[in-house]
Design a protein around this ligand. Sequence first.
Ligand code: DGL
Length: 262
Amino acid sequence: MSKILIFDSGVGGISIYKAIKEQLPNADYLYLFDNAYFPYGELEPEFLIERVCQLIGYMYEKHKPDLVVIACNSASTLVLPALRQRFPIAFVGVVPAIKPAALQSKKKKIGLLATPGTVSREYTQLLVNDHAQGCEIDMIGTTSLVLQAENKLYGHTVDLDAISNVVSKWQDPDNSPDVVVLGCTHFPLLVNELEEVLGEHIQFIDSGMAIASRVKDILGGGDAVADHGHTGKAFCTKTQAQKKLTLLFNEIGLSQPLYIDV
Ligand code: DGL
């Protein structure tokens, strides 16, 4: 049974975990979120590289995963070279789905909704240069939506006005992109709310299915029948009241998040 570590700053990686688990129901899952340093989209690049390497180093020593998914665009657009250099295991990064968006956009106008970190990365600009030539790219970098997604999964009410304020420039169908890339793993968790405030003139694209297929290819496929008894282990870096979150984790086959002192 392959052991897969999924890593994010918070609950965003759950959108990726679910997509992978659908394709590989019987893998052994570890989910780590770095709530001590959340949100990642606002951290200094050098700090973020060292922090992620430190955490992955800890998990590598203790749990020996076969494959690590960096289920965070803010981190993947920055830290993958350092991780690959330091650890002899397979890494799959989650980065904005610019290429499929460029192929699907009829208007040749694409939106990128991501964190401030991701929209400012050189890596993101290279993705645009390589895969979206001839398209206009309109980027919104936001931490507010990351917080809203996190709140939602912790059981708090989502503030639709706050979401609406962030994406207001896309509300007019005549001036908006027709395809918007959800370039933060937190944002698929808010897709219903985004549809509600933006209407139906926008198609949203995320990286979940593509990442799941990539993981399956690397690990060589999986068993079709799910073993519902198996529970993955979740870990966090800051203790907190987690009743609601624990319930959610249990529902999707993960344990109560265990605090690690890293
Ligand atoms: N979910 C992450 C991403 O994909 C990080 C969000 C944050 O912590 O700012 O970018």
